[in-house]
Design a binder for this molecule. Structure first.
Ligand code: TPP
Ligand code: MG
Length: 679
């Protein structure tokens, strides 16, 4: 770490003298600039969270002026340190830092427009929206687990490309709320087990949450908790710049992840409200703001930043420039440059598609009856070696999820070269860590669990969709086909509830060919997460004719046309129930009812097709029936209000799968009957 002490430290908590500070900015006056910006922006917006930015201004100032490796003008520099604000309600801390250090586009105007339509300064930090924001935060705790994923990616890419190209850290700030959320438990246990020593968590230990004192609801010894999970811990005064700087240097030396408990006062600097929960989530008010200016010795009007302070901050924002230039030279000289750039671009190697085509051609020829989870495993056998960025794992269901490709090294300390993560029974942290892996770049994460437990990952899946990151969820055991494990393990509403998430592509392939196609489609969707719903039980081959096109990527397509005249009925099906639709069609055809079958592996992709294509696929047959072993919600889009639906209307039960299908009436006969009743 370059020694960079051009900015003098001031004694702990010493109030800064306005005039002197402007002549020679100190850490104190630079931190006060954050405080004032946060307080004024919230005041102008009439809403927001001034307390956290004011409380953590000192820690953030020391971090950004002395430890963080970054070049504010180049927020996409691949070897930058990552900074995550897990307690995203403190967004003004991040915006103030971005403005002061000189991040692209972050002007004072943007700060004035805090929380307004179209500004770069939304209520909570949003990835893709604001250059320099590494991840979307706001749902407390997510940022911690996302940071774990970033730190995981860094170590893996370091193993692959070496110190010359990958050698950075992940710093995350979190609050009491983040630490109370269950996801923190999963995430810190995983990080501790993996000995992610490039990860440092700075806890805003202010003893305050919205309802009042932390002690109202929590008495955990957090240091002990982190220690128990394998972290190194330290407690400091979060307003003592010397202690902060020493703690950051200490963190860098540890052989495990680090927690720095920064004892702070929420709303530090506020005239009368310092330490008060009222500073958490509302504007301080005119009188308090004025009194705070006096207390801080800050004579400037709102949104007037003294030249000297801005210039000291801009200098800090350039601290990493020479390191970045040296890095660029190393990259240009490296024999790995192409592979590195390609990995970071997220582009899938063309060879993978060729290999997958061969695989699909073989499946068309051999027509295996396979569980789609097994078909997924076979697709991965082809894709994994061809795409060195694929980075898999499972939440302790590896054998069930078919996520492990034989011969793959497991990701672990000290080498981290492996590409398979034993996430443990931690669906939520797995999903959030996968977000961090994808956000970091250079890897394409996928991870497995049962579809029913997607509920445990849902908040992170939602954030992936909101951020537009490619994360692939392998969700097996996708219906009552689970069988004997019973209704706790049988998803019924999950397809509908996942399909409701914008920008999440839910795939439910019907056979081995569709499964391979869905994998290809998911990998191609590089600004969206995907969820592959896969069966436990075997299902016959539905796609028996070769096709040059990836038909699943259309979302829905006509699999069998009607014979002997215009179609009187259209049957829609997904996953293992498509086979029932196909059998029902044969029976109806035999009885003289021309019937077509439409396979619907991905609703969301279907919605992206042209109106003419969609109309043609839905067709004009008078009778429309859908079959899916889940709830009806959403299917009226295909079958209309009067269409027939063969599926579930309540929870499942514990019994062998064939019996369950019979008992719940999801059968070929039921599909045939649903058609006949409407002819
Ligand atoms: C998952 C989740 N639950 C609830 C909230 C609403 N919320 C925002 S901040 C907060 C209190 C957080 O306390 P702390 O992290 O200590 O923040 P501080 O007041 O110290 O800034 C709550 C409950 C949220 N953002 N996310
Ligand atoms: Mg707090």
């Amino acid at each position: 770490m370059p020694a960079d002490d051009h900015i003098p430290l001031t004694p702990s908590g010493a109030p800064s003298a306005a005039v002197a500070s402007i002549a020679a900015p100190t850490i104190s006056t630079m931190a006060d600039a954050i405080r004032v910006l946060a307080m004024d922006a919230v005041e102008r917006a009439t809403c927001g969270h001034p307390g956290m930015p004011m409380g953590m201004a000192d820690v953030a100032t020391v971090l950004f002026t002395k430890a963080l490796k970054y070049d504010a003008a180049a927020p996409d520099w691949a070897d930058r340190d990552r900074f995550v604000l897990s307690n995203g309600h403190g967004s003004m801390l991040q915006y103030a830092l971005l403005y002061l250090t000189g991040a692209p586009g972050m002007t004072l105007e943007q700060i004035k427009d805090f929380r307004q339509w179209g500004s770069l300064t939304p209520g909570h930090p949003e990835y893709r929206h604001t250059p320099g924001v590494e991840t979307t935060t706001g749902p407390l705790g997510q940022g911690i687990a996302t940071a774990v994923g970033m730190a995981m990616a860094e170590r893996h890419l370091n193993a692959r490309f070496g110190d010359d190209l990958v050698d950075h850290r992940t710093w995350a700030i979190c609050g009491d709320g983040c630490l109370m959320e269950g996801i923190s438990h999963e995430a810190i246990a995983l990080a501790g087990r993996l000995k992610l020593n490039r990860l440092c968590l700075l806890w805003d230990d202010n003893d305050i949450t919205i309802d009042g004192s932390v002690s109202l609801s929590d008495g955990v010894d957090q240091l002990l908790r982190f220690k128990a999970a394998g972290w190194a811990t330290k407690r400091i005064d979060g307003h003592d710049h010397g202690q902060i700087a020493r703690a950051l240097r200490w963190a860098v030396r540890q052989d495990r992840p680090t927690l720095i408990a920064c004892k702070t006062k929420i709303g530090k600097g506020a005239a009368t409200l310092e330490g008060h929960p009222d500073t958490h989530g509302k504007a301080l008010g005119k009188a308090e703001v004025a009194a705070t200016r006096v207390k801080l010795g800050w004579p400037h009007d709102p949104f007037i930043m003294p030249e000297a302070i801005v210039s000291a901050w801009r200098k800090a924002g350039r601290r990493g420039r020479s390191a970045r230039r040296a890095w660029t030279q190393r990259l240009n000289a490296s024999s790995e440059a192409n592979a590195f750039d390609r990995a970071l671009s997220g582009e899938v190697h063309a060879a993978a598609w060729a290999d997958l085509d061969v695989h699909i051609a073989k499946l068309i020829e051999t027509k295996p009856a396979l569980a789609t989870r097994a078909a997924s495993g076979k697709a991965l056998d082809v894709l994994f070696p061809a795409i060195p960025e694929l980075f898999g794992g499972s939440a302790d269901l590896t054998g069930s999820n078919n996520t492990f490709v034989k011969g793959t090294a497991v990701y672990d300390a000290p080498g981290y070269e492996g590409r398979y993560v034993n996430y443990g029974i931690r669906e939520h942290a797995m999903a959030a860590a996968m977000n961090g892996l994808a956000l970091h770049g250079g890897v394409i994460p996928y991870g497995g669990t049962f579809l029913v437990f997607a509920d445990y990952s849902r908040p992170a899946i939602r954030l992936a969709a909101l951020m537009g990151v490619r994360v692939i969820h392998v969700l097996t055991h996708d219906s009552i086909g689970v069988g004997e494990d019973g209704p706790t393990h049988q998803p019924v509403e999950h397809l509908a509830s996942l399909r409701a998430i914008p920008n999440l592509y839910v795939f439910r392939p019907a056979d081995a060919v569709e499964t391979a196609e869905c994998w290809a489609a998911a990998l191609t969707l590089n600004a969206s997460p995907s969820a592959l719903a896969l069966s436990r039980q075997a299902t016959p081959a539905a796609r028996i004719a070769a096709s040059v096109e990836n038909l699943s990527a259309r979302g829905a397509y006509e699999l069998r046309s009607a014979e002997g005249g215009e179609a009187k009925a259209t049957l829609f099906g997904t996953g293992t129930e498509l086979a029932l639709a196909l059998e029902a069609r044969d029976r109806l055809q035999a009885e003289g009812v021309p019937t077509r079958v439409v396979s619907v592996p991905c609703w969301a992709l279907f919605e992206t097709q042209s109106p003419a294509y969609r109309q043609a696929v839905i067709g004009s047959a008078a009778v429309r029936v859908a079959v899916e072993a889940g709830v009806r919600m959403g299917w009226d889009r295909f079958i209309g209000e009067h269409g027939g639906f063969v599926g579930m209307s309540g929870f499942g039960a514990s019994a062998p799968a064939p019996r369950l299908y019979r008992e719940f009436g999801i059968t070929t006969e039921a599909v045939v009957e649903a058609v006949k009743a409407r002819l």
